[in-house]
Design a protein around this ligand. Structure first.
Ligand code: ATP
Ligand code: PAF
Ligand code: BAL
Length: 284
């Protein structure tokens, strides 16, 4: 596996690969890799000639400085894991090179960024859109893989690709979970043993809501989920929403046969976690 730090080097390397007719798959990450990331990488390795992974803890998408400082960084172990799944190129740039000047770019995603992560993490999607645009320019992938765990991020990236005419196919890959249902996430590494057990409450809350879908009104389901989390020590619910899965707009009611997304964000101790479930109302 090639490990590349410099922007000029990755540009030259990718240009050469594209010119030789290779199909390029790309998995952007912030590192501290886990099985969720590895599945995205395996899918890319299977569906493309060359797989590139980026590891870059992007400062502009953190609305909370403490979250940025404490974000897990495990580069040596990450390199071993990348080799084990057949990744061809790791791009791990320095922030000074990605941001040669303070970023002044302003994106606007309209209603899509007015809810959930966009509402609760001001500036977050502007930082994501900025860095994803830069990474797409550097890597020039044919396909880019993103996890369903960050459902709103996938929708933002799809809108970005359309708005800027990037010639990139965006693939949404299903959420990979621990055996007890907790969605894998790099931030899980910051949970202590007790909090790690408690953290399954996000998934349990989504299951509880799913069981009531189509039987109880949306408002009642939301109140039930709020009460479920309110009873738990060290847990603070930020939002629970039932939304349309593409526009991410909250639904006041649901119809038979409709596809909906159940989305949740909550603090467990000081660690903020998110999760979601896609549900077809015909199947509940
Ligand atoms: N459990 C998972 N299943 C599938 N994809 C995942 C999972 N966790 C993360 N991803 C995807 O991996 C890519 C890189 O994510 P990132 O490096 O931020 O890791 P993360 O585990 O989401 O960490 P955190 O949420 O703590 O930032 C994103 O597209 C993300 O959606
Ligand atoms: C897409 C991404 C790598 C941009 O920094 C990040 O938001 C992530 O890891 O999901
Ligand atoms: N995995 C999404 C990136 C973030 O939470 O900042």
């Amino acid at each position: 596996m090639e490990v590349i730090e410099r922007v000029s080097t990755i540009r030259d390397h990718m240009k050469a690969l594209r010119c030789s007719g290779k199909r390029i798959g790309f998995v952007p990450t912030m590192g501290a890799l886990h099985e969720g990331h590895l599945q995205l990488l395996r899918a890319s390795a299977q569906e493309n000639d060359v797989t590139v992974c980026s590891i870059f803890v992007n400062p502009t998408q953190f609305n909370n400085p403490e979250d940025y400082k404490l974000y897990p960084r495990t580069m040596e172990k990450d390199i071993e894991l990348l080799k084990s799944v057949g990744c061809d190129v790791l791009f791990a740039p320095q922030a000074e090179e990605v941001y040669v000047q303070q970023s002044l770019l302003q994106f606007s995603f309209g209603p899509l960024e007015a809810v959930m992560e966009g509402e609760h993490r001001p500036g977050h999607f502007n930082g994501v859109a900025t860095v994803v645009s830069k990474l797409f320019h550097f890597v020039q992938p044919h396909r880019a893989y993103f996890g369903q765990k960050d459902l709103q991020q996938v929708a933002i990236v799809k809108q970005l690709v359309q708005a800027l005419n990037f010639d990139v196919e965006v693939v949404r890959y299903p959420t990979i979970r621990e055996e007890d249902g907790l969605a894998m996430s790099s931030r899980n590494k910051r949970l202590d043993q007790k909090q790690r057990q408690t953290a399954t409450i996000l998934h349990r809350a989504l299951q509880l809501a799913k069981d009531q879908l189509g039987q109880k009104p949306v408002y009642t389901i939301k109140v039930t989920v709020e009460a479920f989390l309110a009873g738990e020590d060290q847990v603070e619910l930020e939002y629970f929403e039932i939304v349309e899965p593409d526009t991410l707009q909250p639904l006041a009611e649901v119809q038979p046969g409709q596809e909906v997304a159940l989305c949740i964000a909550a603090f467990v101790g000081s660690v903020r976690l998110i999760d979601n479930l896609l549900v077809n109302l015909n199947e509940v």
